[in-house]
Design a protein. Structure first.
Length: 229
């Protein structure tokens, strides 16, 4: 069986109640739940949270909340892997035999069912332990500069000062939407950014971090342009 696990703690600080804040008309977590449902890949869609209100919202959109996340896995410093590992462990103890688990972030309104499907196909086809989406940087990272407090700059790679942009290799970064993984890989704490993973590439217009109020505003503007109602 495949399971989607959506981590959604209640203590977000930069954007209060971030995981259930209204985004273009509905709680932002709803987009992740509905994309998981539309993918047709999951036997169960689980939300792991420490917050009763988040649990109620998740259930109202069709997700399960079969347990509440413990306090020690709900602070600002808790990484993703331990949270997903905890959920997998509980599900296994309850009798579930899991083939693959997909962590889908609660604040990923641009997540699409077809991207979840593509990453799952890559996981199986390439026989990897993880699969997740990446996108390209909009500017060549090899032309990047470091700036000190006085405004002085120094190139990180000065050997590329005269290199044409089109001659530099493309660089990619994680889009922070979702991660497929095998259950033992999550439980063992294997790093996601490693040779254990494969990736699928998404266009930049479907990627937006949402960490600050400014990010939120930009994401809503992008969403309305990309997915007009």
């Amino acid at each position: 069986m495949n399971v989607a696990i959506i981590p959604a703690r209640g203590g977000s600080k930069r954007i209060p109640r971030k995981n259930i804040k209204s985004f273009c008309g509905k709680p932002i977590i709803a987009y992740s739940i509905q994309a998981a449902q539309a993918s047709g890949l999951f036997d169960r869609i689980i939300v792991t949270t420490d917050d009763e209100e988040i649990a109620d919202v998740a259930r109202s959109y069709g997700a399960e909340v079969p347990f509440m996340r413990p306090y020690e896995l709900s602070d600002d410093h808790t990484a993703t892997i331990p949270v997903i590992a905890h959920a997998i462990q509980i599900l296994q103890e309850q009798g579930d035999s899991i083939d693959a688990a997909c962590c889908i972030y609660a604040t990923a309104p641009f997540v699409r069912s077809e991207d979840i499907q593509a990453a799952y196909n890559a996981l199986i086809t390439h026989r990897k332990e993880y699969a997740f989406p990446v996108t390209t940087f909009p500017f060549p990272i090899f032309r990047g500069v470091n700036r000190d407090e006085e405004g002085n700059i120094e190139m990180f790679w000065p050997e590329h000062f005269a290199t044409r942009s089109q001659d530099l290799p493309e660089a990619y970064h994680d889009v922070g939407k979702f991660y497929w993984g095998k259950p033992d890989t999550w439980l063992n704490g294997t790093p996601i950014f490693s040779k254990a993973a494969t990736t699928v590439v998404l266009p930049r217009h479907l990627v937006q971090d949402i960490d600050t109020p400014e990010d939120w505003l930009q994401a809503e503007l992008m969403f309305k342009a990309v997915f007009p109602s």
